[in-house]
Design a protein around this ligand. Structure first.
Ligand SMILES: [Ca+2]
Ligand SMILES: [Ca+2]
Ligand SMILES: [Ca+2]
Length: 323
């Protein structure tokens, strides 16, 4: 029997090729409308546990040109953000490079404690409500790749951006783009972005499924998946090359829920696909926080471009016979 395997592989290569060039954060495949960080006076019941979100950018060692980190809707106010009373929130964005920006253990933790602001501060800016940056971009940079921390296992240099709500109680929704250009979104080939805790806004549409893609490193035996303030929305489902769909325990209002999975051999060296499936009727304006740890309690990275591509359950692949 012959199968249309070749066509399938070409299709997969095309999809992976497209992803490798895309550098919005969140990425297209994640289908997450916005990152979400609240002012530190907010109630955690609005969906942010710690009012701080760190993201890492990986610049491949081959790339030696200046680059920029662009922020969409950096202010808190106007049409996009989440209002509590009146807009009175101030958020600070800080870009770090240099030694220990990533290798510092606290930098890879899920809470803003200890030396999580490790490295060298390269740029910083605070935003309150500001119509000039509402629904538009602010650009940090240029940065020189040499300003990052070189990490052998990434074959590249690491930068970090931390967004924190230093005043007020409103929710800041925003996105990033790693760009070669100050005024437009131009991706860097082979670059990636990752976080150890993801705080985000779900769609206000129950047909939309959001995804995040933690990478399962060598030596991972089991994982503990934690989610905060899911508000009894729909389901959180884990898909992998060897897992067709395993639901994990979900949280209610203002609480964490944990669940443990044993990692299957085939899953090591691939990414999980965590699918966030909304309930009917619609749970509106839902913000959620997610992190994952291995059996040693170490945090696992969520890559915006999943390592090894978006995982497909192997049993799901249908080969269509041709005659
Ligand atoms: Ca407010
Ligand atoms: Ca915003
Ligand atoms: Ca929530």
């Amino acid at each position: 029997m012959r199968f249309m395997v070749k066509q399938l592989y070409i299709f997969i290569l095309l999809v992976v090729g497209t992803l490798a060039y895309a550098q919005p954060v969140p990425n297209v495949e994640e289908n997450i409308p916005y990152l979400m960080t609240f002012g530190h006076m907010a109630e955690t019941s609005w969906g942010d546990d710690d009012f701080s979100q760190a993201f890492f950018f990986l610049i491949p060692e081959e790339y030696d040109q200046p680059f920029f980190i662009r922020v969409f809707d950096p202010d808190t106010g106007g049409a996009i953000d989440e209002l509590a009373g009146e807009f009175n929130t101030r958020q600070v964005y800080e870009v770090y490079g240099g030694e220990s920006v990533w290798t510092e253990v606290d930098a890879r933790e899920t809470s803003p404690v200890g030396n999580y602001k490790s490295g060298t501060l390269l740029a910083s800016r605070a935003f309150a409500e500001n119509p000039r940056y509402d629904n538009s971009w602010y650009t940090f940079g240029p940065f020189n790749p040499a300003q990052g921390e070189y990490v052998e296992m990434f074959k590249g240099r690491i930068f970090k951006i931390i967004c924190e709500g230093v005043a007020g109680d409103d929710g800041n929704m925003y996105r990033y783009y790693l760009s070669t250009n100050a005024d437009a979104n131009r991706p860097i080939e082979g670059a990636n972005a990752f976080a150890y805790e993801y705080s985000f806004r779900m769609h206000n549409n129950y047909d939309e499924v959001s995804h995040i893609y933690p990478y399962v490193e060598d030596g991972t035996i089991s994982v503990k998946i934690s989610n905060f303030d899911w508000d009894t929305d729909g389901n959180i489902v884990v898909i992998s090359v060897a897992r067709q769909g395993r639901e994990v325990k979900v949280s209610g209002e203002d609480e964490w829920a944990d669940d443990e999975l044993r990692v299957l051999d085939e899953e090591v060296g691939t990414s999980f696909d965590f699918r966030f499936v909304k309930a009917r009727p619609l749970v509106k304006n839902n913000n959620v926080v997610v992190n994952v740890r291995n059996q040693r309690g170490e945090t696992m990275p969520f890559y915006t471009i999943p390592i090894g591509g978006v995982p497909k359950y192997k049993g799901e692949v249908e080969f269509v016979p041709i005659d």
